[in-house]
Design a protein around this ligand. Sequence first.
Ligand code: ADE
Length: 222
Amino acid sequence: MKITILTLFPEMFEPLRQSVIGRAVKGGKFELEIVNIRDYTQDKHLKCDDYPFGGGAGMVMMPQPIGSAIEAVDPDHRARRIFMSPKGRVFRQQMVFEYLEYDHLIFLCGHYEGVDQRVLDLYVDEEVSIGDYVLTGGELPAMVITDCVARYVDGVLSGGSLVDESFSENLLEYPQYTRPVEYRGLIVPEVLRSGNHAKIDEWRRGQAIAITRKRRPDLLGE
Ligand code: ADE
């Protein structure tokens, strides 16, 4: 799997160089390519945005630098090209499995008032939002989706980590405890210390259903 991110702010992606994802990239489990759109501008002042036709606030990203960047990183249109936008399809855990079918994902990050519509018409397969709120750009959303997809790539997480997590089987995850047994008067449930795995599984499932019913009844169809 290769993930390419097209952005005017490549320095914003430092978080993906840390922790689990950072180690996976360094270990060659998947490839992460951060491309500065400005490197592709043909403008002699390196300009990448301009005023909107028709007037209005803010600047719009010009089509040429983005088009040239996409043509350079995916000349035969083999990748899934995704534009991060609050107008897009809302990202859900299930979409990770769609994206894992591709060898190459491209996330295009808009900034300012957005990108010229012709970029979307000519180069983009879909627009995706991470939720019903507006951010200053697509960089944080691209990081969110990269993190979410990358943890399913073979070898990125240790075995078993993906089995019982929130949203598997449409349930939120049960509570977890570690040592010590007592912390500030609160004691780890006895069943988790019993060594009886059938009972532990039953307790965890009961907790998962209870927390899902309380917080997200929609996931249970209620
Ligand atoms: N760009 C700005 N807001 C966004 C959002 N909520 N999702 C995706 N991209 C965005």
